[in-house]
Design a protein around this ligand. Sequence first.
Ligand code: PMP
Ligand code: GLN
Length: 385
Amino acid sequence: MNERTPTLQSKFPAMGTNIFTVMSALAAEKGAVNLGQGFPDFDCDPALVQNVTDAMTSGLNQYPPMTGIAPLREAISAKVEAVYGRRYDPVTEITVTAGATQAIITIILAVVRPGDEVIVLEPCYDSYVPNIELAGGIAVRVPLTPGTFRPDFDKIAAALGSRTRAIVINTPHNPSATVWSRDDMLRLQELLAPTDALLISDEVYEHMVFDGEPHQSATRFPGLAARAFVVSSFGKTYHVTGWKVGYVAAPAVLSAEFRKVHQFNVFTVNTPVQHGLASYMRNPRPYLELPAFYQRKRDLFRDGLKRTRFQLLPSQGTYFQCVGISDVTQLGEVDFCQWLTREVGVAAIPLSAFYAEGFDQRVVRFCFAKKNETLNQALDRLAKL
Ligand code: PMP
Ligand code: GLN
């Protein structure tokens, strides 16, 4: 019997395990407070769990429709229209996905052909570039302005060309916690107007914008919405990152292409969770109250960090807070995060993880989606720095 495993030429020879997995494992091993990977350490609303349980016990346990159950697509459509003023047809323009990560790779596989260029703005979420490469596309990395993380529209304009198939944007932005203004979105709309470039708008933190500002969703801008796949995630909005359910809203022609791939990618998404979410969404309060909920955590965490020598960067949205480390350490970001986890007992994420070439600007990211007691425990440890 030949039991030899054939030699495989890796499609991603340089690819390691992603930073979130690595830092969460190290935090668990060292008993550190995990402010690294972005997820809440508190539970979701028990009413949501009850809704899902009710769906399961009432026998809603078989395959749902490929595009998602109708009540959930209708609830998503109603929410998008109520909040942003654009109506998406729940039958042809909304598709339920297994989280935003699946939504994004499926969009990219559906629209990017070998040799197509896709613009990403660095730093960016770590799945975008590998997704583009898996599709045979070429990631064109345009830096956000160092220091402020503002979009540089001259650089974006220079990157746009006849081979640009799409541009990926993300507001509120992981990891920098900046948000795009209405003017930013108008500027993008103007730049894309004469092109055939699609827009992939990652809006998973749409309900976490602070200081009374509105979220500038691509759905608000007709010229953007007409070319956009808008992605969101219930994991972020309802404190259930492990449920992995999200959605894509896009014009019917784009949704049709998306669904051609989606049906062979995941086919369908967890039935009882979809039913639970559909009932839960009837009440808008949970997402309407989310900005204030996270703003309180942001303020608690920022006030505590003022006792340290970290340089506080603005946190306008998301559940992240970035800090400059230059006054605290000589170490680079990766070594500092390792050291902080092992020796101080607090895990953070190096910003270099969000750059393909590991650019080190001496900034690290903390996640404040934690119980106040967890944040206070972390702050006590960080105060010693
Ligand atoms: N995009 C961004 C910017 C994110 O921060 C996340 C959360 N990890 C995702 C996409 C993925 O979301 P999901 O957990 O729903 O796949
Ligand atoms: N979005 C989260 C973060 O940026 C978690 C991502 C992940 O674990 N893949 O930390």
